[in-house]
Design a protein around this ligand. Structure first.
Ligand code: SAH
Length: 387
């Protein structure tokens, strides 16, 4: 397949692309190659739109990479965009020294289908599209040149492969990532981890929690490896309980706690059943569920899950207690969370004050015109002492 393969699209179905979004939806496609490849996207009137990674089997068949007429070649394209992504992080003061950051955030860095997280000296390259899979060698070569002393780990996970209509590549990896975040040191074996190893998008929320944790008792729901509860303990919390359905995640949380000489409680449970058995109240609760509304069609169901969780969290808060509620579904944003909080607080005759509303941190940028990649919304509220 030559680089000149064309994807013909209906002009009136790509208003979103003209607005600045990189995704071309199936209803816009008139015709294209049979196999996944780089394409020149043109309208039926032969108007040039851009260069895109095309995969006829994927739910979003084309993602725009570049809007200028000449394709510079994979090598130059990857070099320029990777260098820009890395320089951006350096300008943000994110350094290589033992910290953990997202170096490349897919569409937000102009590289749809590619995520790279840096954990100390290890780069976890998360491939999300066939197009980027084909460029893997180029990506690895450029990274080697730019960050020459780093170790590279590659993922092409089952869910991504399924979405792209191809076989997953099972990569047996016994690499352990080592890094510090908010003063807590972590060692995470890749073989036991979710996603790229750690949810870096919550780094600044974990810092916020650490800042407010002093002298408080903390409940960390959907804790994964205890990032929030460990940050709280490091910030002076009296005690912290991490609750997750995954025993493996909790075991790792415990080993992080031991390594940092912190005392963490763990409890394996379905968070939706956890409240059935507790009487206790907490000074601070973090509620960070997985994506509850992956599609718009699930939104109502997800909102009712939030209603249940928020009601029980509010009931379990001491006066002046803090509740951090997070959503990593693009469909559930601040306003949705705010409405659920208002409704549930009113039912309980409580008054809540907003301490912070946050989105994903600056190493997870998103294109201004492309809200789909603004996915993380969180609200930190305080229960007013007297209302
Ligand atoms: N707060 C974490 C990230 C949470 S990711 C951090 O800062 O790193 C979501 C977590 O929810 C995962 O660890 C997953 O195992 C857990 N989970 C999913 N469904 C659950 C359920 N019904 N009850 C409890 N935990 C659940």
């Amino acid at each position: 397949m030559s680089e000149e393969a064309a994807l013909i699209v209906k002009r009136r179905k790509i208003a979103n692309v003209f607005k600045g979004e990189p995704w071309v939806y199936p209803n816009a496609v008139i015709g294209g190659p049979d196999e996944a490849c780089l394409v020149r996207v043109i309208t039926e009137e032969d108007e040039f739109i851009g260069w895109a990674d095309y995969n006829p089997k994927a739910p979003v068949p084309a993602k725009i990479l570049l809007r200028r007429e000449i394709w510079p070649g994979d090598q130059l394209f990857i070099s320029v965009f990777l260098e820009n992504a890395i320089t951006r992080r350096l300008r943000l003061g994110m350094s290589v020294q033992g910290g953990a950051y997202r170096l490349v955030n897919s569409e937000g860095d102009g590289l749809p289908g590619l995520v790279i997280d840096q954990f100390g000296h290890t780069l976890v390259i998360d491939i999300l599209s066939v197009g980027m899979l084909k460029r893997l060698e180029t990506i690895q070569g450029v990274l080697k040149q730019m960050l020459d002393d780093s170790i590279q780990v590659v993922r092409f996970a089952e869910d991504a492969a399924k979405r792209e209509g191809c076989d997953p590549i099972l990569i047996e990896d016994d690499t352990t990532i080592r890094f510090s975040e908010n003063g807590v040191y972590y060692e995470v074996p890749m073989s036991k981890s979710q996603k790229t190893g750690f949810y870096l998008d919550q780094r600044e929320n974990r810092r916020l929690v650490a800042q407010y944790a002093s002298e408080r008792t903390v409940l960390d729901l959907f804790s994964y490896q205890g990032g929030f509860s460990l940050s709280a303990l490091a910030g002076g919390a009296v005690d912290a309980l991490a609750v997750d359905s995954s025993q493996e995640a909790l075991n790792m949380a415990l080993s992080h706690a031991e390594r940092n000489s912190l005392e963490l409680g763990i409890y394996q449970a379905d968070a939706f059943e956890f409240f059935d058995n507790i009487e206790q109240k907490y000074d601070m609760i973090i509620c960070d569920p997985p994506k509850l509304s992956p599609r718009k069609a699930n939104k109502e169901k997800a909102l009712s899950a939030y209603r249940y969780l928020i009601k029980n969290c509010l009931k379990s808060l001491h006066d002046n207690g803090l509740l951090l509620v997070c959503s990593c579904s693009q469909n559930i944003q601040h306003e949705d969370l705010r409405q659920v909080l208002i409704q549930q607080a009113n039912k309980l005759n409580q008054t809540l004050d907003v301490i912070a509303m946050t989105n994903q941190p600056p190493d997870h940028p998103w294109p201004l015109a492309f809200e789909t990649s603004r996915y993380l919304s969180s609200i930190l509220v305080e229960l007013r002492l007297v209302s």
